[in-house]
Structures are given as C-alpha cells and as structure tokens.
Design a protein around this ligand. Structure first.
Ligand code: F6R
Length: 251
C-alpha cells in the first residue's frame, strides 16, 4: 500500500539528525550510484556534508557518478565570494567528495536571470532524470528552497524576493545585515515536489512555529510553503527532540 503521509523522525539531538539524513543520501547512492541529488545549503544542512565526505573516505559510498543540483542562490552573489552557495558546496561537499564540477550545478546569481532560469531548467529536466532525493532545510518563514510565504506559490524556477524574516535570519552569515541580498533564484515548489524522495532537516527553537504548522495540522497553505510537502508521496521530516518539544510534537 502506498503511504501518502509524511514520515516524522525525532532524534536525540542535531548530530543524530545529521547522521539520519546523511544515511538517506548514502543509501540512495549505494543503491543507484548514478543518482541525481537535490542539495541544500544553510546552517542546518552544514552538519550533514562532513558525514557524507567521511563515508566517502571510508569507502562506504562513491559519489563520483552522481549529478547534483542545488536549490538556490542569492541574486547578485559573486560565485567566488565566501558567502556564495557555490563556495559553500565546493568546500563542504563537492570537492572533498570527488564530484566533478561538470556534474554539479549550483545556480549563479550573477548571470542574466532569464538565461540562468533556462540553464537551471536544463539541469533539472534536460537529461530526463528527475531528482532521486532532495535534501531540504526550512526557513523561519516556512520557506523551502527560497519559496517564501505569499498569496500564491510559484511552481517553477524563478527569482524570489526574500522575506524580512529570512533576511534577518541569514544576516548571521554576513558582516553587515545590509549586505544580505534581497532576492534569490530558486527551484519552485513544483520542482521540489517532483523529487522522488524528500528529506527535510530542521533544528532550533526558532523553527518551532513552522514545524508545528507542518506536522500538527492538516492545512496546506501558501503562508507556510513547506506545508506542500503534505502532498508528497515520500517525504521524511527529521527533527531533534528539543525542536519536537518546542513545537509540541508527540510521536
Ligand atoms: C538553502 C535553502 C533554505 C535553507 C533554509 C534554512 O539552500 O534552500 O531553504 O534550507 O533557509 O536555513 P538554515 O538551516 O540556515 O536555518
């Protein structure tokens, strides 16, 4: 029988969550070495990548045949800068895991937006291979990728104006809060939903209210974009005990 409900995993702490999430990705690549991985950046995903790299070093998994597509990038961000998602991915995963740069796509925020959207779509759909597993975080606004709350959500790749809450939350990665870009290029919710499998990792008390809306009622609302995941056939939400408690979630 098919299971249409999100699966919820509550771990003892953030480290354990990272191990669980890394396990999903490792299993996928062990099973299908040519898997297409949808990847995320951000503080929460940061703990997942060293586990993948270590598993690779130990010979448990080989990432050399995968292709990867990242969720998003800030508009106007220089790919060579410290804060770019390309730098983040290269440093934490792509280079240490031995993934050839021609097989990894992190969108550019410097290219002409129309051209970059076309290239993004080419990377998502041009090879007739949909994403096998998509790693997600969740923003304080309830965003996935950079799909912010709005009256309507966008299905496909687009340029997204960032929410004030997102700008504030992400200012921790910049010297000056004014330096946080105001727009991003992102997969749309439709692109994310096409992934065969989705794994979302969340931690921290500031995510409690959106996690509550994701797990504890039956509403799907564009005011919390992550709630679209309730319609996915194979989505797993991994949270630690402390976040589960703040959100009021009980198994
Ligand atoms: C990052 C992304 C975002 C983050 C989210 C959570 O590529 O798409 O949706 O996953 O903003 O970020 P952190 O983990 O920094 O709270």
């Amino acid at each position: 029988m098919e299971d249409w409900n999100m699966k919820i995993i509550v771990t003892k702490d953030y480290e354990e969550s990272c191990k669980v999430v890394a396990g999903f990705l490792i299993q996928q690549v062990q099973k299908i070495p040519e898997s297409k991985l949808g990847l995320a950046t951000g503080g929460t995903a940061e703990g997942v990548y060293p586990i993948l790299v270590e598993a690779c070093r130990q010979g448990e998994v080989d990432f050399s045949k995968v292709t990867t597509v990242n969720l998003d990038e800030y508009e106007g961000m220089d790919p060579d800068s410290e804060q770019s998602y390309l730098t983040y991915m290269n440093k934490r995963f792509l280079i240490p895991a031995g993934i050839d740069s021609t097989k990894a796509y992190v969108p550019s925020g410097m290219n002409d937006p129309e051209k970059e959207i076309a290239l993004f779509n080419e990377k998502l759909y041009g090879d007739d291979h949909l994403i096998d597993i998509q790693l997600l975080g969740i923003g304080v606004s309830g965003h996935i990728g950079f799909n912010e709350p709005a009256e309507e959500l966008t299905a496909g790749v687009h340029i997204q104006k960032l929410d004030e809450g997102t700008i504030q939350a992400n200012s921790r990665f910049f010297e000056n809060p004014d330096d946080v870009p105001r727009e991003a290029i992102t997969m749309g919710v439709g692109d994310i939903m096409k992934a065969a499998k989705i794994v979302l990792i969340a931690t921290g008390e500031n995510k409690a209210s959106v996690i509550r809306k994701l797990l504890m009622d039956d509403q799907i609302t564009s005011s919390v974009p992550a709630t679209v995941l309730k319609m996915h056939r194979d989505a797993t939400i991994v949270i630690d005990k402390s976040l589960a408690e703040s959100a009021g979630w009980k198994d």
